[in-house]
Design a protein around this ligand. Sequence first.
Ligand code: IVH
Length: 675
Amino acid sequence: MSDVNTPAEIDVLRDTLRRYNYHYYVLDEPLVPDAEYDRCYRELERLEQQNPGLISPDSPTQRVGDKPLEKFSQVEHEVPMLSLGNAFDDDDLLSFDRRCHERLELPSDEPLSYACEPKLDGIAVSLLYRAGVLVRGATRGDGNTGEDITVNVRTLPSIPLSLQGAGFPEILEVRGEIYLPQDGFDRMNDEARIQDKKVFVNPRNAAAGSLRQLDPRITASRPLVFCCYSVGLVEGGELPQNHSEILQRLQSWGLRINAESVCVEGIEGCLAYYRKLAERRSMLGYDIDGIVFKIDDISKQKKLGFVSRAPRWAIAYKFPAQEEVTILEGVEFQVGRTGAVTPVARLKPVFVGGVTVSNATLHNFDEIGRLDVRVGDSVVVRRAGDVIPKIVQVVIERRPDNSSAICVPEHCPVCESALERIDGEAVLRCTGGLFCGAQQSEAIKHFSSRRAMDIDGLGDKIVQQLVDAGQVRHVADLYKLNRDQLIALERMGEKSADNLLAAIEASKRTTLPRFLFSLGIREVGEATARNLSSFFGDLNAVMAAEKDSLEQVPDVGPIVAAYVEHFFRAEHNLEVIQALCDSGVVWPVIVTPDRSSQPLLGQTWVVTGTLETLARSDAKQRLQDLGAKVAGTVSAKTTKVVAGPGAGSKLTKAEALGIPVIDERALLVVLAEYE
Ligand code: IVH
């Protein structure tokens, strides 16, 4: 409904949304939950739809245009976008400071004030504000001519469509970097992998690719961030006389600045800052390739001026590169605890990310296919922070004639069992299960752990000794150990051996949930083991269950069901289970609930938002007691959604899929009816 108050209401909503946005994207201090932002946004959208005449281009709803561009047009930078001189060691930085002192005719013991900022590893952009309204966004290009990417920069929530506050110059060109934080990059690549699309090599390439889109809707879907670090053209207004104060001013007008930016005294302060940030580099959550030091005083900057295409008053002290090229000399296969076979690249040693790297993970065989990598290739190795080095790209032009394909092995390199791939999974697994040496010690440690079979005194070191000596090959062998074998182990006295034997004996009396958990079936934790036990009641029924009936178990989805079914179809595992039962492992019989008392059997419910009278865990338990499966996500298979206040995307999805939604009161009625 529109009335005379609508324009005012729209204004209030826009201001509110801009404020929420500013706190979230510029200050990193959210004011309200996402659901509240969404509610205001939807309300504004509704009012604007009803009153199209009131839509303004700087409304928060108008970020994403819906027409792709034909091509990008060119933009001339009135003030060229320059680059920076580099320092690669402390001496380079000290020389820079000395040069500044000399040119400024300052005594060498009078420290200069330096603004220190991370050198963000993204794409340089220029944003032009006229009378506080964003009128143009452009790439750096060659520094003189860039591309007009206005429609794309408008989609970034960290870029205000209009400046807030007052006092900004009539024309203000803000410069900064657009980059992709690590988590956004990982999410984007995870999605690309699922959809079998090309993955990006690193966050910088992903940011560049995302900005180069002619369709702004694609850019809008990428979690890009803008952070400013300087100004270009400024007309019709004054800015402060220090770089650090200019940045503060930009922040007050709604622009994001880097949280690590500080001002220090003297080049010693710069060195200390460099070391501190180098240590924290991998924890920042975004890639930086060095530190930029700028003389803070603008009048000193002006005195120093420029040389070729770089300022004399600033320098970038680079960190060791995180990507280097080397040769792939071979590939080996490692078997992990769960039997996953990982291809490991053997590399010609290369210094990258501050260490010499000679191995890198190739993840799995899909990855090998995607990279199209062969032995002998020149490859780009990336080591960011303490993350395991990985191959991210092949330099195809350098492929030698004698390069050789990487063959997928058919047998486990440790136990020679066949390798197999579960449908829909990229990972190749050893079918040796509890028989595979690589999996043995880890499986045994898990089996005997406190929450599994709880064999007190069987520590990791003892397990390793037993496995290495060939005395225990799989978990059932634990029950065949004798006193002499134990006493023969390092640092094992008679008393400890007796205690351990007693603990092994005591562990035989267990429960079905503990037993199922101890088997180390993938994704079967304690809760799932409990649910399997109470649903099926006895081991034979769990072992015989097929995927469909397994999926009826609360919290068991198709993936877990497949793992369980798969585990109990492997001959090796059945032999181990038989041996365990033969050695006297027992548990009390479980009384399964009467199926007729489970009126919600076969139904899948989702609980979302806040519940006012029931604790969420109680609601879940009571629904499960009635036979329902309670899932965490809404899908076409969902029977009903219980939505409380603050429900967000799950509710939206349920509505979109036409799934019945009830509130807490209606849930209580359902529970009362059946319980
Ligand atoms: S100042 C005239 N500050 O590094 C000085 N640049 O070689 C202009 N960069 O592509 C640059 N973080 O996009 C400056 N905090 C920072 C920066 C930064 C990244 C990029 C910039 C340019 C390159 C300069």
